[in-house]
Design a protein. Structure first.
Length: 457
């Protein structure tokens, strides 16, 4: 936002010129008012109160939840009732699902009886289901209606619809038959029957579907809205692309947090209390720390071998970091591919085959570099002794094995977790790295025993 806008708003606030403030705010874009609230959060309630009610609703619905909650707590009762009543049902449901029980009860009371029943119905769906996203505000027509009648119906009821880009065709029992883009209706013969314009290429969501599935369907089908049906194919509502974009952003943020080895934050980072940050980070850190303690157990098992050939300990960080890095790479690639719908659980063998090949290639490159490093050092020092070649082969072969194993573990864990019904993002980079650290040590020292027994061991 331009600095002069903030300066002008600050001037009007100082002068307490509410009339001019309202004119100025109503001339700004909705997104500019949102940025203004971010810049001057102490005046958030003032801005919402001052805006014309419809613009206030449009601003409120794009604010993050912590800001919405603060506004709700301080907004006068009459303005709050207007705001809640004019919120689209899907945005209202999203807000109610975030609020605590008592706050929801107080807000639901502000709604007319019909909207109250609607809100409670939408809240009855699972938290991450499509049912929570849908709005019952849509335009539905019958297949035997003419184009003229349909246009008359749209003119009468379209203003209350979330979108009129798509019109839905139903039968007498409310069962969804098809959807038609508004351009097809506008270009058709006025006396044509709607049933004759349908192409039977219907794509619909189930109210019980997970929101991630809806994201993938929108991504693959280039739609601005999709209908939502029950198990009997009765039309319940629609989901629009703006809600999907919002959810996709939340899912992406949550996955990034999990990939980084922390629980998802439900507030912006700077608004999160320190204790809240601590609670979300300490759990995974403890789990990963306990996992890393197994590396000490693995090294203790090979303590006698390390004592005979201390030189082996020098390469432990190199070995385990290479395996962890390859595993983290593979895990991140697979999680992203799954999120985009590029691969499914059924593709596990294709993924494994590719990771075996790429893991071997990566391991051979790193193994060769490791061997050449030891070889090069023999020209400057005798620290590796007369058996430098065997040590170099040990390090090189161990790197091939560890990198291959890291690639396999990193790629298979997300698919396994998905199969078990867990979130693939939970197989985060730190978790994969910890697993590969422990097993990488076992691979390294096992290779050392194989090549160095009778020589250094």
């Amino acid at each position: 936002m331009e600095e002069e806008v903030v300066v002008e708003i600050a001037r009007l606030l100082e002068l307490e010129d509410d009339a001019q403030l309202k004119v100025y705010l109503d001339d700004l874009n909705i997104s500019d008012v949102e940025h203004l609230i971010d810049e001057l959060p102490q005046y958030a309630v003032k801005f919402i109160e001052t805006l014309s009610v419809k613009r206030a609703v449009n601003v409120f619905r794009i604010l993050d939840f912590p800001t919405q909650e603060k506004i709700i707590k301080k907004l006068p009762g009459n303005k709050l009732a207007e705001l809640i009543n004019l919120l689209p049902p899907d945005d209202r449901t999203s807000l109610f699902s975030e609020l605590k029980g008592d706050a929801v009860k107080k807000l639901i009371i502000l709604l007319p009886a019909k909207d109250r029943i609607e809100a409670l119905s939408l809240l009855g769906y699972e938290e991450d289901s499509v049912g929570r996203l849908m709005t019952p505000d849509y335009v539905a027509v019958k297949k035997d209606w003419t184009v003229t009648r349909v246009l008359s119906h749209i003119r009468r009821y379209g203003k209350n619809s979330e979108t009129i880009d798509v019109i839905y065709v139903i039968d007498k029992d409310g069962i969804l038959l098809d959807d038609i883009r508004i351009r097809e209706i506008l270009l058709a013969d006025p006396e044509a029957k709607i049933g004759d314009l349908t192409d039977k290429r219907l794509i619909a969501l189930k109210a019980s579907d997970h929101q991630e599935e809806a994201i993938n369907i929108f991504r693959m089908n280039n739609r601005v809205a999709l209908p939502v049906v029950d198990d009997n194919n009765v039309l319940l509502g629609i989901v629009t692309v703006d809600d999907i974009l919002w959810i996709a952003n939340e899912e992406y943020t949550e996955d990034i947090h999990k990939i980084g080895g922390t629980q998802a934050l439900d507030e912006p980072y700077l608004d999160m209390p320190i204790l809240g940050l601590f609670k979300r980070r300490i759990g995974w850190l403890v789990v990963l720390f306990l996992g890393e303690m197994l590396t000490a157990t693995a090294m203790a098992h090979f303590e006698a071998d390390i004592a005979k050939a201390v030189i082996l300990a020098m390469f432990v960080p190199l070995i385990i970091s290479s395996g962890g890095n390859s595993g983290s790479q593979a895990s991140t690639l697979i999680i992203q591919a799954m999120a985009l719908g590029e691969i499914t659980i059924g593709d596990w063998w294709r993924v494994m085959r590719r990771e075996i090949i790429s893991g071997l290639m990566l391991g051979l490159v790193l193994g060769s570099i490791g061997f050449l490093r030891i070889f090069a050092w023999t020209f400057f020092t005798d620290m590796y002794g007369p058996h430098w070649m065997l040590i170099g082969i040990t390090v090189g072969v161990a790197l091939v094995g560890v990198v291959l194993w890291g690639s396999l573990a990193g790629s298979m864990l997300p698919l396994l977790l998905k199969k078990l019904g867990a979130d693939p993002a939970t197989s985060s980079a730190p978790f994969v790295a910890t697993l590969v650290d422990v097993t990488g040590l076992i691979i390294y020292f096992s290779v050392a025993v194989l090549f160095l027994t009778g020589v250094l061991l």
